[in-house]
Design a protein around this ligand. Structure first.
Ligand code: ATP
Ligand code: MG
Length: 444
């Protein structure tokens, strides 16, 4: 893509309405535009990043055998009345009436709808377990939408639901999701720590929020520092290994606000080896047994004919929130660096263009074609801004590799710079090699 063709409305100054850096940056480089309070349009650059995130989320769900479907955004109020949540959900739910006066709503989550789909078609224990997910827009009429897409009203979520016959089987499904979440966040370049979360009246300890440490986060956490050192490299996708993995994490105290208990904390955390700080919740997994299957009549037949309510769990990832969360984690001193796995472009070529001399532009176009040929997602800055203005712009856009076509281009050498690192003069072949080998390394 040539920069001159790209729809990217960059602002000169930081927008004053934005309080946190991710919100500022997303507006500044034209990733999003607010359309009304807490509701955003995603512009090409922002959408491209979000799609890449969405794809990684999808791939990791598929790897553990979850199956993708797509439920609608608009739901009937009837099933919510069946579960008893229509009243309980309160003002966060956007309620609508259709022309026949039927009560509808814009889904804030999908436990009811997925249970209804399940109960209509699955009758026997033989069809279990099942794991289904979709990636769909949600609407929650948040009291105080703020921080851009971090806490907005319309947002993209991956939500998965598992159906099992017994508590033991359900734990296995839960562990698989736990594993998929660790993999997903790692591929996004994030360290997201599973923290035990409140399970409310259901009880038990099967609820975790995946949290990224950030001062601007809205979740308060209390953790034993050793949880950050749990090595997750060697776990495999089988029940035994996943059980081990869970045990490793369970060794250390790490909880969110609602679950905090001073007595437990004092007992379990070694003195002065703790962290009380804030974080951003990017995912939440939750086992709730038959909370919805019972009222919604999702029963299956056992071998002897006895009926049992299926055991369910639900598993969310804030796909659109992740765009902002990655910025919060990676934007430092006005310099952004997207992880290569989700970068809007993998490389940008910046020719130094002199008056009446387009030789550098020609060389840049050549280089562009070569990178394209090698499947590298590349941007060419064909604008006539000064080099320093260009560099400043790309510091904000956070494209991981920059190639400056300048003085040395006569010798067919180009200045290759990875953000945060020293630059070096390289040939086209070497540049292609570098980017490709890094992509291979991170499995792109
Ligand atoms: P929070 O505590 O942040 O309000 P939640 O516990 O209500 O979130 P869940 O129902 O667990 O959220 O939703 C799953 C995921 O969806 C969350 O982990 C978060 O990443 C994302 N999410 C929830 N609410 C919002 C929102 N208003 N804006 C953007 N993303 C959100
Ligand atoms: Mg939550």
């Amino acid at each position: 893509m040539y920069l001159s063709k790209l729809f990217i409305p960059i602002l000169k100054e930081n927008p004053s309405e934005a309080k946190i850096k991710s919100h500022q940056l997303m507006l500044r480089v034209g990733m999003i535009k607010q359309s009304s309070a807490g509701i955003y349009s995603w512009l090409p650059l922002g959408l491209k990043i979000m799609k890449k995130i969405e794809n990684i989320v999808r791939e990791e769900q598929n790897k553990i055998g979850a199956q993708e479907l797509l439920m609608p955004t608009i739901q009937s109020a009837d099933i919510w009345k069946e579960s008893g949540r229509y009243n309980d959900y309160g003002e966060e739910m956007l309620r609508i009436k259709d022309r026949q006066g039927r009560e509808m709503l814009y889904g804030p989550t999908n436990e009811e709808l997925i249970t209804e789909i399940f109960r209509a078609s699955v009758k026997s224990y033989k069809s279990l377990p099942q794991s289904l997910y979709h990636i769909q827009w949600k609407f929650r009429d948040e009291l105080r939408p703020r921080f851009g897409v971090m806490r907005c009203r319309e947002f993209l979520m991956k939500d998965a639901y598992t159906f099992d016959l017994s508590d033991e089987d359900a734990v296995k499904s839960y562990n698989k999701m736990f594993f998929a979440y660790l993999k997903t966040f790692k591929r996004l370049g994030l360290t997201a720590i599973p923290m035990a979360a409140d399970t409310g009246p259901i009880g038990g300890n099967l609820s975790h929020e995946f949290i990224i440490l950030a001062e601007t986060g809205e979740s308060k956490i209390y953790a034993d520092k050793r949880i950050f050192e749990v090595n997750t490299e060697n776990f495999k996708l089988n029940d035994e290994s996943l059980n081990e993995m869970r045990k490793k994490f369970d060794l250390y105290y790490a909880v969110t606000d609602e679950k905090f208990n001073k007595e437990d904390f004092d007992k379990k955390v070694i003195k002065n080896n703790h962290l009380i700080t804030k974080g951003i919740e990017v995912g939440h997994i939750f086992y709730f047994g038959d909370k919805y299957s019972k009222p919604l009549n999702a029963f299956v037949d056992l071998q002897g004919g006895k009926k049992v309510a299926v055991k369910m769990g639900s598993y969310g990832i804030g796909v659109s929130r992740l765009v902002a969360a990655i910025i919060e984690a990676k934007f430092n001193n006005n310099v952004m660096k997207w992880p290569l796995s989700v970068a809007p472009y993998e490389t940008v070529i910046i020719p130094m263009i002199k008056k009446n001399d387009n030789s550098n532009l020609k060389k840049a176009e050549n280089l562009y074609k070569e990178l394209k040929k090698n499947n590298i997602d590349v941007l060419l800055d064909d604008s006539d801004e000064s080099l320093s203005a260009k560099l400043k712009k790309f510091e904000l856009m956070g494209i991981p590799y920059q190639v400056i076509v300048g003085e040395k281009s006569k010798e067919d050498l180009f200045e290759f710079k990875e953000i945060d690192k020293e630059s070096e003069n390289l040939t086209i072949a070497k540049i292609v090699n570098k980017v490709i080998s890094e992509k291979k390394r991170i499995d792109l």
